[in-house]
Ligand binder design. Structure first.
Ligand code: NAD
Length: 241
């Protein structure tokens, strides 16, 4: 039985604008490996694959690896109790929204409506020539790299590669929520991928309490977290509600 400190429950109950900030850790128990840590993607793949300059130079090889690394696992993944707990919180009016670094669509599948995808998503692909977006499922992968059905341009996953900017609308919305929140739940993120990792510092600066959920201490734990709930997100979040 997980026990949650009384002060954390009080904070949740009385928060005016609670927001969650999630990372790869929340989806680990859905079968999607994180970047870092045990079983992490970087133990198996070279991070260069997600570099935009590598993608532009070797789109065929890049697509091959990315399909294996992300698309094949994400396709099979289902939300876990941590995702469902956040969906229930939003339903009950006890969570204003989620800013996620994840690209796996699992918050939406669990039922959350207010989700800011800071790093884009794997649902769509985007043409680098004409800018048109297509649902991934409409695109043929018989020939790699896939090409735009309209103009023949190179198609790229609609998530943020290393070296690319954050989508402007997501960056704006995240910044606004961070300035407005009085309680930030930081869940399953190591806190090392900039600029996303800087968001909780903004919340703290504007007076929010930080409640962190992680299997292990992160970059935030001894710096800005007011409470560190150590353990699996899938066990701690259901206990919170
Ligand atoms: P990260 O890989 O750097 O760190 C994962 C964190 O989750 C670690 O701190 C780890 O201790 C924690 N963790 C692992 N299992 C957990 C569990 N069961 N419960 C709670 N915490 C757990 O991930 P990050 O900080 O999100 O940053 C890396 C980048 O990885 C993000 O930008 C994201 O786009 C990308 N990514 C996304 C997915 C996905 O969409 N599911 C998967 C891998 C990587």
């Amino acid at each position: 039985m997980i026990s949650i400190p009384e002060e954390v429950l009080n904070l949740l109950q009385h928060s005016r604008f609670p927001v969650a900030f999630t990372g790869a850790g929340i989806s680990v128990e859905s079968g999607i490996p994180p970047f870092r840590g045990p079983g992490g993607i970087w133990n198996k793949y070279d991070p260069e694959i997600l570099d935009i300059s590598y993608f532009l130079k070797y789109p065929e090889e890049s697509w091959k690896q990315i399909r294996k690394m992300f698309y094949e696992v994400i396709e099979k993944a289902r939300p876990n109790p941590a995702h469902y707990a956040l969906a229930e919180m939003e339903n009950q009016g006890r969570l204003k929204g989620i800013i996620t670094q994840n690209i796996d669509n699992l918050h939406q599948k669990a039922g959350n409506k207010k989700v800011v995808e800071y790093h884009g998503n794997t649902r769509d692909v985007v043409c680098l020539e004409c800018g048109k977006k297509y649902p991934l499922l409409q695109i043929s992968f018989e020939q790699l790299p896939p090409r735009c059905p309209q103009c023949g341009g190179l198609l790229k996953p609609d998530f943020v590669f290393f070296g690319e900017p954050i989508p402007a609308d997501a960056a704006l919305q995240a910044e606004e929520w961070m300035k407005n929140t009085d309680l930030l739940l930081v869940i399953g993120t190591s806190g090392v991928v900039v600029p996303a990792s800087l968001l909780p510092y903004t919340a703290k600066q504007y007076g929010a309490k930080i409640v962190e959920v992680n299997l292990y201490p992160s970059e935030y734990t001894n710096r800005i977290s007011d409470y560190f709930l150590q353990g699996k997100a899938s066990e701690i979040l259901p206990a919170l509600i």
